[in-house]
Design a protein around this ligand. Structure first.
Ligand code: ACM
Length: 668
């Protein structure tokens, strides 16, 4: 125990993502009430992005320390400032920018130096994470850090088609991204459920295919600028030729089937597909891409390309004749023809084309970039990221980073973007530029999105920034707790969303406490199982039920799992004691609360509560000496697990897998 606490003192678990190189010292900097910041470098920095970022830093430092006398503005000529930031140049926000920084905190002051303003922003985030408090007041931990990202592309895909996300939600998401050093917002701006961009030259799109929910051009400029001020690129996606219900709602004449089109309201893969044999399709995309290119200065442009099953192509005789004439053997070759045409539109606009890994299925020029997502279609060495990198395409990896699957942070954290060893040469591996967490929006709203994104996205951010050897899951979970506080300080609502559910659902303190207990042990059904066949919900359903308040890492179930795993591993009596103590608290809960009869999901929640009480009683007994010989106990546990593994209110009781593990261990 002594060793652990000493280690904890010398290596505080407060940084996320973990820097490349870090040396803790015993020379902290005491933060004075007149804390001052000077920025050295090219003229005009104070009015630029770094000046603004530093102001935000000072405000957050004020909140963290509780100091009210902090000056509100950094300076450019104060040789005696407490924090000196020095940079060499102001960089444009583009792929490959130098994001490295060096940070030294010592009793005399703090030095942050970086090649670029963006590197300095990354360093300011690290600095905030070093703030601590003791009896003498706030201080910054003594440290020498040299840091730079492992990957240059660290993105988040935000789907605003299935559910529209207003400007303020996008902005707070960008704040969270900057806090964990992410640098690409991949904006999924159209899909079957809506088109979300105001275009002056193609107004039918936002007028007919958005239900009135779209970003004006002013709002897009505002968000692109807000992102740039945080060193974040914004890459738009126009998903074609499939996922095209919205585009075809506006322009039905571009469809592959002579029919009427409407926005989709359910989840799934739909048939409406652009007609790649119709020149009018390219004329329209030319106009759309040209205008989008003026709205989005980034050098990359995503054309989607995923999940086109080609049904409407098969049904269309003219399209079939076109394929025959061109000698195309299948729909993939036709889609490749389409992709190449799109690349010919984008290249003169100065845009590099990117698409989902389906676009690899044709003979695509290697200048197109691939986003790998289908992790199930081949053996590991031939998965899309490996295949694309071998062919010479640049690759961004999203396999393993689908946040909407509601898997635990651990599963994302342990997914490395690099293909399995041996799949790529060193040179081919250079083609893996990074990764993106994907936040698909079928089952989220502006109110719930934070609780889906955070804190798990921070685990992906660390995977993409930190050295590959940084992979201690328990430490990651401890540091996510720390990040939760930083993210809340930015105004993110990932924790308060569940609180709102509790207050809305129950009035009395005991009922509220019961709901909080349940939220601590239940998780939304995983993968896409919550939404059976995609038809249990529409885009208009309420997403403020128990399942929405639950999160992917139910905190108390996770703590219980960690205790059980520790006990299984080392048989430590102290671990058994921890399990029993937790289980006794749970097994004493009252299950016959009257309020269960008065709320919509009361019966289901009561079943979960009974499961919690029953399974915790059994778990406590299973850790007692002699449990393995107690046939009656083993049989009861078996039967209870069978009963309580059934989801309730679209959530799983997360004691079930852990008690199962315990039982399997005892029986083995
Ligand atoms: C995708 O998830 N359809 C890219």
């Amino acid at each position: 125990m002594v060793a652990t606490s000493l280690q904890a003192q010398s290596q505080p678990e407060v940084l996320m993502p973990v820097p490349k190189s870090i040396e803790w010292t015993n020379d902290p900097f005491r933060i004075p009430a007149d804390f001052s910041v000077n920025i050295e470098g090219p003229d005009g920095l104070l009015n630029g992005s770094l000046g603004q970022y530093t102001q935000g830093f000072i405000q957050r430092l004020g909140s963290l320390t509780g100091y009210l006398k902090l000056p509100t503005l950094p300076t450019q000529q104060n040789a005696y400032a407490h924090l000196t930031i020095s940079i060499e140049l102001v960089s444009s926000v583009e792929l490959g920018v130098d994001e490295s920084y060096q940070l030294t905190v010592e009793g005399q002051g703090v030095q942050l130096s970086a090649a670029t303003d963006i590197g300095a922003m990354r360093g300011l985030e690290t600095l905030l994470q070093l703030v601590a408090y003791d009896a003498e007041g706030p201080y910054i931990r003594g440290v020498r850090i040299q840091d730079e990202p492992r990957f240059g592309w660290r993105g988040l895909l935000l789907d605003v088609s299935r559910h529209f996300m207003p400007v303020h939600v996008v902005k707070r998401t960008l704040d969270g991204m900057a806090a964990v050093k992410m640098n690409v917002l991949h904006w999924h701006l159209c899909d079957d459920h809506g088109w979300r961009v105001e275009l002056k030259n193609s107004p039918e799109l936002h007028e007919k295919a958005s239900n009135g929910e779209y970003y004006t051009q002013d709002q897009i400029h505002e968000i692109v600028a807000y992102a740039a001020e945080r060193g974040i690129r914004v890459m738009p996606e126009v998903d074609v030729p499939g996922h095209a219900s919205a585009i075809l709602t506006a322009y039905p004449e571009l469809g592959s089937k002579d029919t009427t089109y409407a926005l989709q309201i359910y989840a799934g893969i739909f048939d409406p597909t652009l007609d790649p044999t119709n020149e009018a399709t390219y004329d329209r995309l030319q106009i759309v891409f040209e205008e989008m290119a003026t709205l989005f200065p980034d050098g990359y442009f995503h054309i989607g390309g995923d999940e086109n099953e080609g049904k409407h192509w098969e049904e269309n005789e003219e399209i079939q004749a076109f394929m025959k004439e061109k000698g195309y053997a299948d729909q993939h070759e036709l889609q490749n023809y389409f992709n190449v045409r799109l690349q010919e539109i984008l290249a003169p606009l100065g845009k590099k084309m990117m698409g989902w890994d389906e676009i690899l299925d044709g003979d695509l020029p290697t200048s197109a970039m691939i986003q790998a997502w289908r992790g199930w279609i081949a053996e590991p060495e031939n998965l899309p990221h490996a295949r694309a990198a071998r062919k010479g395409h640049q690759v961004v990896v999203s396999m393993g980073y689908y946040i909407d699957l509601l898997l635990p942070a651990e599963s994302h954290y342990l997914a490395d973007p690099m293909p399995v060893e041996g799949a790529l040469t060193e040179e081919q591996a250079e083609n893996i530029l990074g990764g993106e967490a994907c936040m698909w929006a079928e089952l989220i709203t502006p109110a719930s999105i934070d609780s889906r994104l955070w804190p798990r996205t921070a685990a992906v951010a660390e995977r993409l920034w930190s050295p590959v050897a940084v992979n201690d899951v328990a430490s990651m979970y401890r540091r996510l707790e720390v990040m939760n506080r930083h993210l809340e300080l930015l105004g993110l609502q990932h924790l308060s969303f569940a609180d709102q559910y509790v207050r809305r659902t129950a009035v009395h303190a005991e009922d509220q406490a019961t709901l909080r207990t349940l939220l601590g042990v239940c998780e939304p059904m995983k993968g896409y199982t919550r939404n059976t066949n995609g038809t249990l919900y529409t885009v208009n359903s309420p997403y403020n039920l128990f399942v929405d308040a639950c999160t992917a890492d139910a905190s108390q179930a996770l703590a219980f799992k960690q205790e059980v795993e520790a006990w299984i591993e080392n048989g430590d009596p102290a671990a058994a004691e921890a399990i029993r103590s937790r289980c006794i608290t749970w097994s004493n809960l009252k299950t016959d609360l009257e309020f269960f009869q008065r709320i919509p999901e009361g019966k289901a929640l009561q079943t979960h509560l009974k499961g919690l009480v029953t399974l915790s009683q059994l778990a406590a007994q299973l850790t007692e000496p002699g449990a393995a010989e107690n046939a009656d106990l083993l049989e009861k546990a078996e039967a209870a697990l069978e009963v309580y593994k059934t989801p309730q209110a679209r959530t799983d009781l997360m004691l079930v897998p852990t008690v199962q593990k315990l039982l399997d261990h005892i029986k083995s």
